[in-house]
Ligand binder design. Structure first.
Ligand SMILES: Nc1nc2c(c(=O)[nH]1)N[C@H]1C(S)=C(S)[C@@H](COP(=O)(O)O)O[C@H]1N2
Ligand SMILES: [Mo]
Length: 347
């Protein structure tokens, strides 16, 4: 299939993946969604000029060349990356931001090193509580605000990868070459690209990308009072059939993906009657921590007409995907079942 991205803004580049390309467990690098706050790096940084600085609340400030990183023990991890604002345009009430449908998500196998290995070499200081990541790209706009995000030190030590490889290729330029952070199972905003500097802090980083955005808050509330987006919410999407498709009566293969960030998918159920009755779908393809599960359900259509198809995911901890999303000013974390329903016509 040819490369199909739906471009929302060209500068900075924000583009989502065609739902048809989300039908396989791996999302190809060439069609993986793009989300950028600043200018995308125009040219790859020559590796001789690049190094990663680890500083702040550490015993010894340390610098890591790519050579040094490549000689460290390697980890290979599948991870589903989703933008916090994915599915925003499907909310019933409008919210500010890029109008993602379902394509602000993808799954890839990343190769890299554990952040804990670098932090252990630098030695965590006694006051280490948070770890911030700074991107090397040029900011967009007059404010000139760099993309810096921090995560708690527990997440940094437990399950955060620094990736230099994506689906068997060097990390592509648009996805953060030469190195990006991946807080596994957490939203894209926590996964800083073009990493140049890591600072260990005694509190969360303060700045635009921590305080004004990537927080869940209501109208009239101060953004800073909102919760910071972290783990992906339990969600399922339908990737086949597409919204508005017309199909002939008979068996209809419904395909989709389900994911829950740090929790595993236990099962997925499908409804062909707008949520009145539910049937269990079959989970297909690989299963791995932090990675989505592909699923299918062969629906024996009876009558002709218009049908609303829905899916709902359950995780291993007994949680169920909610019927409706929880609205918030910036439209983050839309995981509602009804918001992701697909209406088709059987003739
Ligand atoms: N340096 C830097 N890292 C960044 C961003 C950015 O603008 N600059 N955007 C973040 C957001 S909001 C998302 S959703 C992911 C998107 O990653 P991708 O473009 O590789 O899909 O990168 C994150 N890391
Ligand atoms: Mo994002």
């Amino acid at each position: 299939m040819e490369k199909k991205m739906r471009i929302m803004t060209k500068v900075p580049l924000n583009a989502e993946t065609d739902p048809r390309l989300l039908r396989s467990w791996i999302t190809a690098n060439s069609v993986f969604f793009n989300r950028n706050q600043g200018e995308m790096m125009a040219e790859p940084i020559p590796l001789e000029e690049w190094e990663l600085l680890v500083t702040g609340e550490v015993e010894k400030e340390s610098r890591f060349s790519m050579d040094r990183i490549l000689r460290m023990p390697k980890a290979a991890v599948a991870n589903t990356l989703e933008c916090s604002g994915n599915s925003r345009s499907l909310l019933k009430e409008k919210a500010r931001g890029n109008p993602w449908t379902i394509g602000g998500v993808g799954n890839a196998v990343y190769g890299g090193v554990w952040l804990r290995d670098l932090l252990s070499e630098a030695g965590l200081g006694k006051r280490a509580k948070h770890v911030s990541f700074e991107g090397l790209e040029n900011p967009v706009g007059r404010a000139g605000i760099k993309f810096i995000r921090s995560i708690p030190v527990e997440k940094a030590m437990d399950s955060t990868l620094l990736a230099y490889e994506m689906n068997g290729e060097p990390l592509p330029l648009e996805h953060g070459y030469p190195l990006r952070a991946l807080a596994l199972g957490w939203t894209g905003a926590n996964c800083v690209k073009w990493l140049g500097k890591i600072t260990v802090l005694d509190r969360p980083h303060e700045g635009h990308f921590m305080d004004n955005v990537y927080r869940v808050f209501q109208k009239g509330e101060d953004s800073k009072s909102g919760t910071v987006v972290t783990g992906l919410k339990l969600k399922s999407i339908i990737t086949q059939p597409l919204e508005g498709e017309t199909l002939s009566a008979g068996p209809v293969v419904i395909l989709g993906a389900a994911y829950g960030g740090e929790t595993d998918i236990d099962r997925v159920e499908v409804s062909g009657d707008n949520g009145e009755t539910w049937r269990q779908a079959e989970l297909i393809g690989p299963a791995a921590p932090y990675a989505w599960r592909q699923w299918q359900y062969v629906w024996e259509t009876g009558d002709k007409g218009s049908f609303t198809v829905m899916s709902r995911a359950f995780d291993g901890e007994g949680n169920q995907q909610p019927m409706n999303a929880e609205w918030n000013v910036l439209g983050y974390g839309n995981n509602g079942v009804t918001e992701h329903a697909v209406t088709i016509r059987i003739t």
